[in-house]
Design a protein around this ligand. Structure first.
Ligand SMILES: [Zn+2]
Length: 322
């Protein structure tokens, strides 16, 4: 039997990229959901995959997105909470602010599905003890906001380099974007947090065992723009290392993995947005084939249920083992 692994997609919309990047025009919430949702649903249907879509509450609150978002739950995918405002500095929010953030997202999502939300991923991998507390109180069962990687400071440097017009104040807020170097010492394997009397399952976004470099699709697609052979070798090695080390992989996808610069001209400067869409989809298809060949791929809900059933000791925030 193949080991279990999960697949999810953070449905970051065009405006949230523009907002994080400090671009004008995001305030009218420009959307590409009508392009990317049908495309991804078709893609997963052809591969008989049921995954988890992490949805931003602000998108769910707008009538123009209701039809696209409804089609996701109609296609049997799990819906997860990806915050309301998609602010990567969520760890700076107070408890009342977080409660509002969660309540608004839950109410907006309830407009198009009666699925109960049990999973959360913070924008930009932001997490705090207060976030965990609010999750536990609201009946969530798992979190997947941690990204154990050493390269966060590098990713951040690249990002600031690409955003020269940002003010000091805006920079300050984004300081913890992509995490800090010490995040690399966090566990790759799923574990449980102790939150008061309750416990929450944590499923980290998988990074390469030992090296902790990202193995989510966007990074591998970016590598492929330099050398397809290199990217594929890296990917196959990563998958094999996870299998051999018993790491339960949780692979993360983004809308930009399914879009080209023509679909979203405002985001042209993002890595690999210059790839023609056919080439990009072909490559995503190839890497997913390697993944599903080695692992039994399920949604996050099912993955979390198997972790919950394991006899694991619950850890306090900040004490997670390497
Ligand atoms: Zn996001």
């Amino acid at each position: 039997m193949k080991p279990i692994a999960s697949l999810s997609l953070d449905l970051d919309n065009k405006w949230s990229y523009m907002k994080t990047h400090g671009d004008a025009g995001w305030e009218s919430f420009p959307s590409y959901l009508d392009i990317v949702v049908p495309r991804t649903l078709q893609f997963f249907k052809e591969r008989s995959l049921e995954i988890t879509f992490f949805i931003v509450g602000q998108d769910a609150a707008l009538d123009k997105n209701t039809e696209s978002l409804h089609s996701i739950s109609e296609a049997n995918h799990e819906i997860g909470n990806h915050s309301f405002n998609h602010e990567p500095w969520l760890h700076l929010y107070s408890k009342p602010e977080l409660e509002t953030e969660f309540r608004r997202t839950e109410e907006a999502i309830a407009k198009f599905t009666n699925q109960r939300l049990i999973g959360f991923r913070g924008p930009g991998y932001s997490l705090s003890p207060t976030v965990l507390e609010v999750l536990a109180e609201r009946g969530y069962e798992y979190d997947c906001s941690t990204l154990p990687t050493y390269i966060a400071p590098l990713a951040r440097a690249y990002y600031f380099f690409k955003s020269p017009e940002m003010s000091d104040e805006e920079r300050e807020k984004r300081k913890k974007l992509f995490g800090k170097f010490a995040d690399g010492f966090q566990s790759l394997k799923p574990y449980k947090w102790r939150v008061g009397e309750k416990s929450l399952v944590e499923i980290p976004v998988t990074t390469l065992p030992l090296f902790k470099t990202p193995i989510h699709a966007s990074y591998v697609i970016y590598l492929s723009t330099f050398s397809k052979t290199l990217a594929k070798t890296y990917w196959k090695t990563a998958i094999e290392m996870c299998r051999v080390s018993g790491t339960q992989l949780s692979l993360l996808l983004h809308p930009l993995d399914f879009l080209s610069g023509e679909d979203a001209p405002e985001l042209k400067f993002f890595p690999a947005m210059n790839l023609p869409i056919e080439k990009k989809l072909e490559f995503v298809s190839e890497i997913l084939e390697v993944f599903t060949g080695k692992f039994e791929v399920v949604n996050m809900r099912e993955h979390a249920a198997t972790v919950a059933a394991e006899n694991l000791k619950s850890l306090d925030y900040g004490k997670q083992a390497a």
